[in-house]
Each structure stands twice: as structure tokens, then as C-alpha cells.
Ligand binder design. Sequence first.
Ligand SMILES: [Cu+2]
Length: 180
Amino acid sequence: MQTMRDHLVNPMRQKMTLLFTVFLIGLAGCSAAAPVLGPVYIHMNGANMFLESVIAVRPGQPVVFVNEDTGIHMVLGYNPLSGKTNLHFSGTLLGTPGPTQPVHTYTIHFNHPGIYYYYCPVHAMLKVAPGNIHVPFKRPTVHGFGTPMAGMIIVTNDPALIRDNPPSSHHKVLPGYFTG
Ligand SMILES: [Cu+2]
């Protein structure tokens, strides 16, 4: 026989069960929404270019620079407004003799959303352009396609930007890519 108390307690139990179920679903949702982030690769080549010169990553996601050139390259962050370089975003990658040799890499990650600019000081230099902005410029003696060896990393939580990354950014070593 149900008492008045049962009438009061049962709906409360039902409410607690419902809340707990919602909590569990929430937990499951969280773990599904935060998978381990694999690295995004930026390749340096014999044309003295960063192949994926504009790339988007999530905060904390590893960015791996891969030197697939036989010559040395560097990565150095800079602020286009001040021209100041960022020594926390700085790496030197020796050349790799060929596809049978291990490649040299430099890995970095950024914790905060933003746009992070970089260039290779071996093959490019910063110049002040009209508008008082600091831009990378190809060093006059450097061979290549003609563009300065520079790029930018967009750190974002926007999945649409990340989907636009070139397919080559998913692979550490690109086959047939070693050049002098
Ligand atoms: Cu370089």
C-alpha cells in the first residue's frame, strides 16, 4: 500500500535517476569530444619553401616541422607589428641526405588561439614594408620559386578552418619529396 511519503519520495528518486543519467551522458559526450590530437606536419623542401605555409591547429595540438631538404633550415617566430622575434618559437633543422635517412624535425604546440607567424632566417629576412609592417623577404642569393620562406599557424577551435588543411599535413614524410 502506498503511503503519502512514497508519493513524495518516488518522484524525487526518479528525478535523481534522471539527473544521474544526464550526468553520465554528459561524461560520455566529453570524452568523445576531446580525442587525443595527432600532430600536423609542415614540410621544408629544396625550393626553400614551407609546403603547408598556412595551417590551422587546435590549442595544444603538436605542430611538427619536417626537413625533407638536404640543406639546413630554421624556424623563427616573429611579430609582424613589432618585428620582434620569438625565441620560444625557434628551431634549427639539419638537412637529411635522402629518403633512407631519418628526417630532422622540430615540434611545438600553442596553448592559446591566435595567429603565429614564422620564417626561416637562413633563406628569408624581415623587412619593413609600407604601413610599417614587418614582412619576410627572400634573401637575394637564395634559389627557389621566388617566395620568401615563411608561413603562419592559426591556432583555433573552429573545425571548418582545420578541415581546410592540405592533405600533406597529415603525413610526416612525403614520398619522392627529397631534393637538393
Ligand atoms: Cu630555409
